[in-house]
Structure formats: C-alpha cells, structure tokens
Ligand binder design. Structure first.
Ligand code: SAH
Ligand code: SF4
Ligand code: F3S
Length: 452
C-alpha cells in the first residue's frame, strides 16, 4: 500500500470524460456546474492536469465495461504519481457495475449513477475526510434536479433534460435499468432553467429525455401537462430562436405533436424517430409497442404538417431471430421513408436485459454484412439529402469559429452543419447562406450580405 499524504491538498481542477447520449452530456455539464460551486473546480482538457477525474459512462452497447476499464488503466498511472487525485466513475456503467468497479480497479474512489450525481460534493468531502471509498447507486425518490445549482449557458445551443429514465423496456435495452423509471420534471422548473439559459448566450434549446413524448409533468396550474403542452410553453419564452427535442418514441407521437411541427415557428424541422427494425415480427419481439404501418402513417402525418421535415432514426441489425426477409423489410422501410441520416448498430446482448438471455443467434458475419448493406443505403440517402441543398439559400444560426481560419460554423433549421467564410461577430445571428458544396456530413456556402 502506498502511503497517503497526511493532509489533503486543495482541489483546483476537474476533468470529465463523457460517453453516451446527450443526456450524459447534460449530466456532465451539470456535474461541472456543481463542482465549480462546491469546490471552485475549473474544467481542464487533459486528465493529467486534473485533481478530480470523473468518467460519465454509457452501457448501451457492446464492450462498454471493457472501454471503461481500459480508460481507467490510464488514470491509474496518473494516480500512482499523485495519490491524492480523486477518480470517480458515474453514468450507466457505474449504475450497473456498482462496487464491482472498485473490486476490479481499487484506485477508483467514487462510483455513482445517473440519479445520484447531485451528491458528488458530499462524496468528495467524505473521501477527503475519512479516506474511504464511496459507492452511491440507489435510485432516490427525490429529484436530483432540486439539488443542482442554477444552469449556466454554455453557448448558442444548449440542452435541458425534461425527464429521466424509461418505462418502455425494449427487450434489448439497458436504459430502464440504468436510468430507472420515467420521471418528469415540473413545468415551472423546466421553464425557469430555460429562462436562465436564455438570459445568457443561449438561443437554441434542445429538450432531452430518453422518450420526451412520454413527458407527464406537473403544470403551473396543478394539472398534469403532456409534452406538446410543454413544447408550446417553451416556444413562447423570450429570446428563444430555435427549439428541438430528442428522443421521441413512435408509440407516443400524438396527433397534436405532429401538428406542432407545422404550428410552432421556433420548432425546427428535424426529428429523430427511432424504429430499430422495419419488420413487424422484430418490432413485436423487441417489445416496441407498435408496428411498421403505425410508423409509416406517423411519417405521413408529420410530412403533411411539415413538408421540409428532415428525419433520422436508429436501427439494430442482427437481433435474435432476424431473418433475411426481416432485414429486407428494414431496407424497404428506409427506402420508403427516405431519411436524412440514421444511426445503425449491430445487436449486442446486454447483461440484465430480456434479449440478453436469448440466444444471440445471428452469426457475426451476417450481422456485419447486413450492417454494411444498411450503412451503404443510408450513406446514399444522406448524400442525396446534402445534394438537395445545393443552390438553396438556408437560414444558418452561426455557432462558432470553424477550425479553418476565417471560417464560421453554424446549423441549418434541419440540423445540417454549414461552413462559410465569415466573422466571429456573426456568432448568435441567423444568416442567409447560399449552399455551394455538399460533403458527406456537412455543407459549405457563401454568406449573402445585404445588397448581394
Ligand atoms: N430512447 C431511445 C434510444 C436509446 S438507446 C429510443 O427509444 O429510441 C440508443 C440506441 O441504441 C437505440 O435506439 C438502439 O438503436 C441502440 N441500442 C440500444 N441497445 C442496443 C443493443 N443491445 N444492441 C445494439 N444497439 C442497441
Ligand atoms: Fe431503451 Fe426502448 Fe427505452 Fe429507448 S424506449 S431507452 S430503446 S427501453
Ligand atoms: Fe448510454 Fe445511459 Fe445514455 S446507457 S445511451 S448513457 S442513458
């Protein structure tokens, strides 16, 4: 055993490594806010410069745990040199693995989950005072949000988590176990947090949750509000230019929500609506709660209200029992819907899930081949979506300098990245850009200045 220093020195710096979804990104930024308030910790870009290292992990797909341990191995080397460094593992792997993490990596001081990170300052205090290891992965009833400091604007586009957890229990997915049950924040809290961000530099807000359209929160009138009601209320906030949300579930896309895409000017024409598979047999086996026809009808309704809507989705190939014919149904659905982009994954069995107990019977080579086929179809659809923008003048919200000197970067209403020659003074403005070049993942254009 190495000898511990007698007195803990001051903590100054914090490094956070974030994996996973946007909700984890949000949580990491809240952890940073909290550690700044509690200990004056300043974020640094390198683990070697940090007094406290936090990993915010994701366990949704394969090898998640292994990735965490190999990253931890790097941090151990740093801690060997500086034993008073504090290492914490949070997020969904923290929740699932709990004390197993400290058994395998004894230099980890703190293990916590997505619903306990508001206690981080207390945990750090305990470690420094008592020199113990801490694991806190219970799912508290109380709202973690009540314990977080006021959110700070981090830039032009910011996120606000409106609900936690998931009650859908798709057979392949760990989220209901790692993030717990669906829990919606009260409307007033959400509006206050949005106002707080809008008082800073924020102009665009994305409302986050694993299934935002499952939102059922207490309204200021004492009644339960659904997601569409919340959307209309957020859209009216002073200073909000653009509104987005992620992720939504096809089962809870109401007619009112489809209408909102045509009615709310601030709601941008981009929707991520995962389906996972185009085959009814698979949708049923996955416990998704709807069939292919329901999804196609939704897409029709959405496009009727918002003809320019850009769509994206998630797909899983090689779920247990998936036949060639099932996979053909997925390709056929993609051809029918025509997406702007999609995330495609090979199925990987996850511990603790119902599908994880079934035989993972689609051979790896078949999964690989299907993934490649789906990816090439998607790449072609993305390419065409980008090509369709050529010659158009699009309204671009300028977000930041681009890596190339003299270049600025922003996003179109339908979430495409655009680069153009511009000026840092344009950050925060919505500017007309004529698109001149289309690449795989981004566009390039020329700013149209008054008088052009
Ligand atoms: N709440 C969102 C998705 C959350 S997880 C929704 O319901 O759509 C993000 C994506 O990861 C899923 O949409 C799915 O495509 C993929 N995914 C989840 N579990 C997986 C697994 N075991 N194997 C492969 N992909 C998985
Ligand atoms: Fe996972 Fe399904 Fe919940 Fe999405 S809806 S988080 S895929 S269980
Ligand atoms: Fe991953 Fe947890 Fe998000 S498993 S996708 S970080 S909810």
């Amino acid at each position: 055993m190495k000898k511990q220093p007698k007195t803990a020195r001051n903590l100054d710096t914090l490094f956070i490594k974030t994996y996973g979804c946007q909700m984890n990104e949000y949580d990491s930024s809240r952890m940073a806010d909290m550690m700044k308030e509690a200990y004056g910790l300043r974020l640094v870009g390198q683990p070697a410069d940090a007094d406290v290292i936090l990993m915010n992990t994701c366990s949704v797909r394969e090898k998640a745990e292994e990735k965490v341990y190999s990253e931890l191995g790097r941090y151990k080397k740093l801690k060997d040199k500086r034993p008073d460094m504090i290492i914490g593992v949070g997020g969904c792997v923290g929740q699932q693995e709990g004390e197993r993490i400290q058994k395998r990596a004894p230099y980890v001081d703190i293990v916590f989950g997505p619903q306990t990170y508001h206690r981080l300052p207390e945990m750090v205090k305990k470690i420094r005072r008592e020199r113990v290891k801490v694991t806190e992965i219970d799912m508290p009833e109380i709202e973690k949000f009540d314990h977080l400091p006021k959110a700070e604007s981090h830039g032009i586009a910011d996120c606000v988590t409106i609900m936690e957890g998931c009650d859908k229990f798709c057979t392949f997915c760990v989220v209901p176990y790692t993030r717990g049950p669906e829990l919606s924040r009260p409307v007033t809290d959400i509006l206050d947090e949005c106002r707080q961000l809008l008082a800073g530099a924020t102009l665009e807000i994305s409302l986050l949750g694993q299934n935002v359209n499952g939102y059922r929160g207490m309204g200021p009138d004492g009644e339960e509000w659904d997601f569409t009601m919340l959307l209309y209320a957020v859209a009216e906030l002073e200073g909000l230019k653009r509104l987005r949300f992620s992720t939504s579930h096809p089962m809870e896309m109401t007619a009112e929500l489809c209408v909102a895409f045509g009615e709310i000017p601030q709601l941008m024409p981009y929707l991520h609506l995962p389906i996972q598979s185009g085959a009814d047999a698979l949708l049923k086996a996955m416990h998704r709660g709807h069939d292919r026809e329901h999804y196609l009808q939704l897409i029709d309704a959405l496009r009727q209200h918002c003809p320019d809507l850009a769509l994206s989705s998630d797909f899983i190939v090689g779920y247990p029992g998936e036949t060639d014919a099932d996979f053909e149904q997925t390709l056929d659905l993609v051809r029918r819907v025509v997406y702007d982009s999609a995330y495609c994954f090979k199925y990987s069995p996850r511990p603790g899930t119902p599908a994880g107990k079934a035989e993972d019977d689609v051979p790896l080579a078949v999964k690989d081949a299907r993934l490649q086929q789906l990816l090439s179809l998607m790449r072609e659809q993305t390419r065409q979506a980008m090509q369709r923008q050529l010659g158009k003048t699009l309204q671009v919200l300028v977000e930041k300098d681009s890596r190339e000197a003299g270049d600025m970067q922003g996003r179109t209403a339908d979430f495409k990245i655009v680069h153009f020659k511009g000026n840092p003074r344009q950050v925060g403005q919505i500017m007309p850009v004529r698109i001149t070049e289309a690449y795989g993942q981004s566009l390039r254009g020329e700013l149209i200045l008054a008088g052009d």
